[in-house]
Design a protein around this ligand. Structure first.
Ligand code: SF4
Length: 694
C-alpha cells in the first residue's frame, strides 16, 4: 500500500517493444517494486522482466563519473573489469570529458566520424543523435540497432505498403478469427503480447504457428508447421499457391487496393506444396490445410519477428507475408493487419526519429533536396550530404578499411551485438577516438577513449514509441547516480562543444522541434502525452487517441495501391557441410534482454537464468555423448565458444539454439555477417556449425 513507498511515478517498461505502462514505487531513492498500469498495450499486465527486472538501476557497476582512458592503459580490448574501471581509465570532470570527446571527434572531422545511436533511448534523444551527426559532421553515417532487428521488414513494408510501421496494433487480435505467428517466440520475447494471443485461441481463434523451433504457443495452435530453417519463402509461396489454386483469394480487395497481382499469381504457379514439401520439411497436405485455414478467416493478422527478418532473404520473407495479407484482404479492417513485433522498447520511435542512414525523421529520404532543406531550415544550419550513409555493419567495415577513425556510440554494444563480433571488436580497437555513452562499462565501453556516464530510463523524462505506434510518456522517478546525467543533456553539451549552438533545456523542446517536420506527430503534443500517457499515431485530431488500424481506404503509394512483389527462393549464405554439419540459430530468452548488460545485473532475472546455455534436441546430445548440463564446443568459420548444453525437444535434431546475452559464450563470435541486400540485415538466424563435447 502507499505506506510502502515515498512516491509513485508512471512510466514505460524499458525492455521489449510491447511498451507496457508501469508504476514505479520509489522508497528511499530506489525502485522498491513495480506494478502494471492500464496502458493501451498492456492493460495492467506485465511479464517477469517488467515486474522484477529493475534493480540493475541501482547496481554497483553503474558509471557515476566521466572516464578518460589513461595514457598508460593496457592495449584496448575486452580487458576492463566493470567493477574496477580505474585500471584503464581515470575520472574526469564533465567539462574535461566533454571537451576531450568533442575535440577528438572534430579533429578527425567530416566523414571520418560515424554515430551509432540507440533504441534504448527516448525519441528526443534519438532525434538529437541523428541531428548531431548530420549537422555536426555533414553526412548520414548514423544508424542504430534496427539494422540488426527489423530493417528488412521495414524495407519490404516501405516498398509494398508505403509505410514501415505496423498496420494494426497487436491488441487487434481481439477482433481476429485467424492469426499467423511466424519466426517469433512471443511467450519469451513479447510475453504480454503472447497473453493476448493465447486468449484469442481460448475464444476459438485459429492460430497458425510457423517456426523452425517449437515453442510454447504450439500448445495453443490449430496448425504448427515446424519448417526447415531458411525455407520461409518456399513455405509462404506454397501457401499462397494453394490460395490461388483453390480460388480463395479476395478478388474484390485485390482489384481495388493492389497492383502487380498478375505477376504475383504467375510467379506462384510453380510453388506447388508437393514441390516445396521436401524443402520445407512439411507435408504438402499440412501446407494446404494451413493455407485454407488462413484464407477462410474473416479477419486475420500476421505477426513476425527476427526469425523472418534476420536472413539474407529477410526482405523477401516479409514481401511474402505482405502478399499473403494483401491477397486475402487482411489489411485495413478490424482484426486484420501486418505486425512485425519490434524487439526493443523504442526501436519504432528511434527509427521514426531518423536514426537511420538513408532516412530523415518520418522515413523522409536524405536524397531529397526538399526534405533536407526543410530540416536545415528548422536547424538553422547549412546543408549536409545527399548521399545515403553507411549502416552499422558497413561502418565497422569502413573502420577496418581506414575510412572511419572515430565513433560516438550511445547505449549500444556492438562488441556483443554485431555479427562476427571478433571483426567488430577489432574495428573498435582500431579507432583513433571512441566516445561511449552508457550506464555500465559495457564490452564496447572497454574500447573507449572517453566514457560519458548516462541515465537509466527511470532517471529522465522522454517519450518512447512501442510496436503498436503508441507514443508514450516516460517520466523521471529518480536522480541519476553520482555525476551521471540524462542522455539528452550529454548530447546537447557535446553539440555545444562541436559549435552547433544548441540550447535545449528540456526534452519537451526537442519534441516540439520534431513535430515541425514529422507528420506522424500531427495532433500529438508533449502536453497531451503528459496528461493522456499515450497517443497512437496517426492521430486525426487533438481529441483522437489515435488509429489502431491504418490503410482502411488505400495505401500511401501511387494511386493508393499496395504492391505485390514476387519473391524467389534464395538459399542461406552458408550451407552445412562435412566440416560444419549442423545449423546454428540465435535468439533471446525470457529472462534476458539483448546483450545482457541490464538483465544480467537484475537480481531476480539473473537468479532465474544465471549461466550461458544453449539448446539441442536430446537425441543430438545422446549422439554426441553429452549429458544435459555438460559443456560443449560450438565452432563456425568465425570462431568457437564453450557453453553448457540443455536438452530441448523443440529444437530440430540438426540445430543448436544459442541465446545472445552471454559474454562468456558470445553467440556473435559464431554468426555470419552476410547481409540481406535490401535491409542490410545480417543472417543471425543461420550459420553452419560444428558441435563437439568440450
Ligand atoms: Fe516489459 Fe515487454 Fe515484459 Fe511488457 S512484455 S513488461 S514491455 S518486457
Amino acid at each position: 500500500d502507499s505506506a510502502d513507498f515515498d512516491s509513485e511515478v508512471a512510466s514505460v517498461c524499458p525492455f521489449c517493444g510491447v511498451g507496457c505502462q508501469i508504476s514505479l514505487k520509489i522508497k528511499d531513492g530506489k525502485v522498491k517494486y513495480v506494478e502494471g498500469l492500464d496502458g493501451p498495450a498492456n492493460e495492467g499486465r506485465l511479464c517477469v522482466k517488467g515486474r522484477f527486472g529493475f534493480d540493475y538501476i541501482h547496481h554497483a557497476h553503474r558509471l557515476t563519473k566521466p572516464l578518460i582512458r589513461r595514457a598508460d592503459a593496457p592495449t584496448k580490448g575486452l580487458n576492463v573489469d566493470p567493477a574496477n574501471p580505474l585500471t584503464h581509465f581515470r575520472e574526469a570532470t564533465w567539462d574535461e570529458a566533454l571537451d576531450f570527446a568533442a575535440k577528438g571527434l572534430s579533429d578527425l572531422g567530416g566523414t571520418k566520424v560515424a554515430g551509432f545511436g540507440s533504441a534504448k533511448c527516448t525519441n528526443e534523444e534519438a532525434y538529437l543523435f541523428q541531428k548531431l551527426i548530420r549537422q555536426g559532421f555533414g553526412h548520414n553515417n548514423v544508424d542504430h540497432c534496427t539494422r540488426l532487428c527489423h530493417a528488412s521488414s521495414v524495407a519490404a513494408l516501405m516498398e509494398n505498403v508505403g509505410s514501415g510501421a505496423v498496420t494494426a496494433t497487436f491488441n487487434e487480435i481481439n477482433n481476429s478469427d485467424v492469426a499467423i505467428v511466424i519466426g517469433c517466440n512471443p511467450t519469451e520475447n513479447h510475453p504480454v503480447a503472447a497473453t493476448y494471443f493465447k486468449q484469442f485461441t481460448k475464444r476459438g481463434g485459429k492460430l497458425i504457428v510457423l517456426d523452425p523451433r517449437g515453442q510454447a504457443l504450439k500448445r495453443h495452435a490449430t496448425h504448427m508447421l515446424q519448417f526447415r530453417p531458411g525455407a520461409d519463402v518456399s513455405l509462404l509461396n506454397a501457401m499462397m499457391h494453394v490460395i490461388v489454386d483453390e480460388g480463395l483469394q479476395d478478388d474484390a480487395y485485390i482489384a481495388r487496393y493492389t497492383e502487380n497481382w498478375q505477376a504475383e499469381k504467375d510467379h506462384l504457379a510453380d510453388f506447388t506444396p508437393e514441390k516445396m514439401a521436401d524443402i520445407c520439411g512439411i507435408a504438402a497436405d499440412d501446407i494446404r490445410a494451413a493455407a485454407r485455414t488462413f484464407a477462410a478467416g474473416k479477419a486475420g493478422m500476421i505477426f513476425w519477428g527476427m526469425g523472418v527478418s534476420q536472413h539474407i532473404h529477410g526482405t523477401d520473407n516479409s514481401r511474402c507475408l505482405i502478399s499473403l495479407a494483401l491477397m486475402t484482404g487482411n489489411v485495413g479492417k478490424p482484426g486484420a493487419g501486418l505486425h512485425p513485433l519490434r524487439g526493443q522498447n523504442n526501436v519504432q520511435g528511434a527509427s521514426d526519429a531518423g536514426l537511420i542512414p538513408m532516412f530523415m525523421p518520418d522515413y523522409q529520404s536524405v536524397t531529397d533536396d526538399g526534405v533536407r532543406s526543410a530540416f536545415t531550415e528548422v536547424w538553422k544550419s547549412g546543408d549536409f550530404s545527399a548521399e545515403k550513409g553507411l549502416t552499422v555493419t558497413e561502418i565497422l567495415d569502413a573502420v577496418h578499411a581506414g575510412q572511419i577513425n572515430g565513433m560516438y556510440i550511445l547505449g549500444e554494444n556492438p562488441a556483443m551485438s554485431d555479427p562476427d563480433v571478433t571483426h567488430a571488436r577489432q574495428a573498435l580497437a582500431k579507432l583513433d577516438h571512441l566516445v561511449v555513452q552508457d550506464i555500465f562499462l559495457t564490452e564496447t565501453a572497454s574500447y573507449a577513449d572517453v566514457i560519458l556516464p548516462a541515465s537509466a530510463f527511470a532517471e529522465k523524462d522522454g517519450t518512447v514509441t512501442n510496436t503498436n505506434r503508441q507514443v508514450q510518456m516516460g517520466r523521471a522517478a529518480l536522480d541519476p547516480p553520482g555525476d551521471a546525467r540524462a542522455d539528452w543533456w550529454i548530447e546537447v553539451e557535446l553539440a555545444k562543444r562541436l559549435g552547433l549552438g544548441w540550447n535545449y533545456t528540456h526534452p519537451r523542446e526537442v519534441f516540439a522541434e520534431m513535430a515541425l517536420n514529422m507528420k506522424s506527430l500531427d495532433n500529438i503534443t508533449w502536453e497531451r502525452l503528459e496528461s493522456e500517457g499515450a497517443v497512437t499515431y496517426p492521430s486525426l485530431s487533438p481529441e483522437d487517441p489515435g488509429q489502431a488500424i491504418v490503410f482502411g481506404d488505400g495505401f500511401p503509394r501511387t494511386d493508393k495501391r499496395a504492391l505485390f512483389t514476387p519473391a524467389n527462393v534464395i538459399a542461406p549464405d552458408e550451407a552445412p557441410d562435412a566440416d560444419y554439419p549442423m545449423i546454428l540459430t540465435t535468439g533471446r530468452q525470457l529472462e534476458h534482454w539483448h546483450t545482457g548488460s541490464m538483465t544480467r545485473r537484475a537480481t531476480v532475472l539473473d537468479t532465474l537464468e544465471p549461466e550461458a546455455n544453449c539448446s539441442l534436441h536430446p537425441r543430438t546430445l545422446r549422439e554426441l555423448g553429452v549429458e544435459p548440463g555438460e559443456m560443449i564446443r560450438l565452432t563456425t568459420r568465425r570462431g568457437s565458444v564453450e557453453i553448457m548444453a540443455r536438452a530441448d525437444r523443440s529444437v530440430a535434431t540438426d540445430m543448436v539454439f544459442l541465446p545472445f546475452a552471454y559474454v562468456e559464450a558470445a553467440a556473435n563470435i559464431l554468426t555470419n555477417p552476410a547481409l540481406d541486400p535490401y535491409g542490410k540485415i545480417p543472417e543471425f538466424k543461420f550459420a553452419a556449425v560444428k558441435v563437439e563435447k568440450a
